[in-house]
Design a protein around this ligand. Sequence first.
Ligand code: NAD
Length: 486
Amino acid sequence: MPDNTTVGGVSVDTRHWIGGERVASVETFADSSPIDGSVLGEISRGTPKEVAAAVAAAKAAFPAWAGTARAERARVLHAIADGVEKRLEELATVETHDNGALLRSHRRGVMPRVAHNFRFFADWLVKLDHEDFETRGHTNHVSWDPAGPSVLITPWNAPLMLATWKVAPALAAGNTVILKPAEWSPLTASLLADIAAEAGLPAGVLNVVQGYGAEIGDALTSHPDVRRISFTGSVPTAQRIAASAAANLTPLSLELGGKSPLLVFADADLDLAVDLAVEQYDNAGQVCLAATRILVEEAVAHEFTRRFVEKASRLQQGDPRDEATDIGPNIHPRQLEKIDGFVRRAVEAGARAVIGGHRKEGQYYAPTLLTDVAEDSEIVQEEVFGPVLTLQTFADEGEAIRLANDTRFGLAATVATGDPERAERVTAQLVAGTVWVNCFFVRDLQAPFGGSRHSGVGREGGTWSFDFYCDVKNTVTAPKGWADHG
Ligand code: NAD
């Protein structure tokens, strides 16, 4: 079996990366491109044996990396960022072939953000601090101790961006890592291993295990030597991971799905609101934060829909390598089937497709807007993860808030209004980890990020990431000569 493959002219190793060496499994799995269904490579299909080796390597490398001075850890992270920037074009090309997202987004937004993930957490590490404080003359000193080997499990919709959003803070914190990328988009994680090694990251500090979650997930998440598990993916998988981690009470961070609302009030700048709504088709709708439920005040619903249809119908769907393309393919035939199933059942239940509502040739789904959807229907309550939006109307602010909060999710919400006081009142009542007012997707890495309810457990970003990846310790020291027996 070949050890590597060439994708868009870039050579990618298809084996695991364990303890600073390439390791092959006996079996492989085929990784195919959403662009044309072609097989990109045969990837090592991990088993519990490789998981055990990766955890052992991470455990062995932990004391030295945890004991490395903060400034030196930060230097290595910046060197990884340099490597990402140097190979940005290669990373963008491979990612586009592997997950079908736009090449121009990978070049201009996603891969620069990957480099920024490393730079940001390197810099945050250096200034991470907590002022000492006093208790009856005693000093309290808070420190962030590295926690240990960390398992990071990631999805396919933004593979390297979401992986490094976890890898960077985990490494910065002084932890060692076992990264398990999604089986539908395994390639850039392998390139990251090369980049990290070239940057001087010691062997065993970052390990990459490829394979099917269903086959190796349990070995990863129930391992007694694993000190942290950070997962981004679907709710059912999170439930399995939580059950598996319970055996060792391993701390978990869960970033899960969403069914986020976009609330459009009659006092909003309607063109802006339409722009925000159409933006939800980005990445062919495969964005956890996407505001897929559009809630519009009755008075402007007709005009909003008219302008939305006009704008959405100008979107170009096609090859994600083409500069003019706005919407690429969906990740996998199974995902396409899932999206189509949701829409067919919605239409059977009485929904009307204002635009779209059908598959297109190849692995594409037409951008879809559904109206006449019942509040308790599947299409309003469940995450589709495709280019499918629903539109509901509301009579007043109270109804808008009630509809917005009426799902089991709570990842994000977007509010379009021209009234700052309304914005304040409404946002205060929304259940969501992130709320955007008159904007969307503005993300600062120092901000807390995560979801409420079934959208997740915990927050990451800035100090929140270090809180998670570290064993935070408070040391209380008595003043010299003090004997406190109280
Ligand atoms: P998924 O849950 O099917 O898979 C995610 C990862 O989990 C993959 O690497 C998979 O191999 C692994 N996995 C599968 N079974 C496992 C098991 N039993 N134990 C351990 N790992 C296992 O999710 P997906 O379809 O890849 O991703 C889409 C989902 O991710 C959507 O629900 C989306 O909303 C969510 N998501 C959330 C965020 C966020 O930040 N909140 C970001 C992106 C995606």
